[in-house]
Design a protein around this ligand. Structure first.
Ligand SMILES: NC(=O)c1ccc[n+]([C@@H]2O[C@H](COP(=O)([O-])OP(=O)(O)OC[C@H]3O[C@@H](n4cnc5c(N)ncnc54)[C@H](OP(=O)(O)O)[C@@H]3O)[C@@H](O)[C@H]2O)c1
Length: 283
């Protein structure tokens, strides 16, 4: 049986749904079972990753764990891994393509946490696989605020920012492959989408898919910063997001494309597919 953490979220949700769809035994560790909407057949248990005892209580009969790490620091993962190790053999961790394994310091605090969790997992005694995700296509769900209900424009400070965004199902398939087939222990897989697309290009694709012309409109970066901080983001984090998008907007910006196909053998899902899968959210 596989224990899925983050099962109410983007990638953990895809892992839980896809495992349940193949008839695999799945248990989801969630903080609020009463509001978690998971497919029939998923064994839903209450647990919190900041409480290792609650993780251990969920571990009976578990062979493999899909780990999403939502806490800001890496250190508390150590007792969680000890609890996992008492029962299971394998772990697949949702990490970030931004991790530079040989660097002394990572580029930002989030990547620092991912690198710290990866280091802890590598010395945990578990057969581990890191799924180093590129930017999620699902981040574009933020645009539903402007588009659902008939809107036609996405206001953004960096419409030309280009990324090879990845479908959550591709990330889920790589993690499931690592947990259910042989040969993935000690491997770190970078998983991106199959094509570099600017925000404007993605908005156009979304428009074609939902059948309404859509466009981007440039927003002043100062306004974007103010919105991010008003939404509760610390100033440093808001600046980090803007800085990253400034980099993605550089015409010289490229990303090394590594798709799920390298691991699963299945063709990666294009952004158009992601748009079709989520079209209702944008209508
Ligand atoms: N967005 C990107 O472009 C990107 C790219 C690379 C890597 N990543 C990484 O992906 C991860 C986020 O994945 P996601 O977007 O799939 O997640 P998400 O949709 O943001 O959902 C977070 C999940 O974590 C759960 N959670 C939060 N705190 C918890 C706790 N204390 N104990 C147990 N569960 C807890 C939430 O459950 P409840 O709140 O329902 O309890 C939810 O299921 C992050 O580590 C991020 O750095 C993101």
């Amino acid at each position: 049986m596989i224990l899925v953490t983050g099962a109410t979220g983007t990638v953990g949700g895809a892992v839980a749904r896809r495992l349940a769809g193949t008839g695999e035994d799945v248990r989801a560790l969630v903080r609020a079972p009463e509001t978690a909407r998971l497919p029939a057949g998923v064994d839903v248990v209450r647990g919190d990753l900041s409480d290792p005892a609650s993780v251990e209580a969920a571990m009976h009969g578990i062979d493999g764990v899909f780990l999403v790490w939502p806490l800001p620091e890496a250190a508390p993962v150590v007792p969680v891994l000890e609890a996992v190790r008492l029962h299971a053999e394998r772990i697949a961790y949702l990490s970030s393509a931004g991790v530079e394994p040989d660097a002394e310091e990572q580029g930002d605090p989030i990547t620092e946490t991912h690198a710290g969790v990866e280091r802890a997992i590598a010395t945990s005694g578990l057969a581990w696989t890191a799924v180093r995700a590129g930017g999620f296509a699902a981040n574009d769900l933020a645009w539903t605020e402007e588009l659902s209900g008939g809107g036609s424009a996405v206001r953004t400070p960096f419409p030309e920012a280009r990324r090879a965004v990845v479908h959550e199902n591709d990330l889920a398939d790589v993690a499931i492959h690592a947990l259910t087939t042989e040969g993935h222990a000690g491997r770190a897989y970078t998983v991106t989408g199959p094509e570099m697309l600017s925000e404007t290009e993605r908005v156009h694709i979304l428009g074609e898919v939902i059948g309404r012309p859509l466009k981007t409109e440039r927003m002043d970066p100062d306004e974007a910063r103010a919105r991010l901080t008003a939404a509760g983001l610390p100033a440093e984090a808001a600046e980090g997001i803007l800085e990253a998008h400034r980099t993605f907007s550089d015409p010289a910006h490229t990303e090394d494309l590594h798709t799920a196909e390298e691991v699963t053998g299945l063709p990666p899902r294009a952004y158009r597919q992601w748009a079709a899968d989520h079209a209702d959210a944008f209508r």
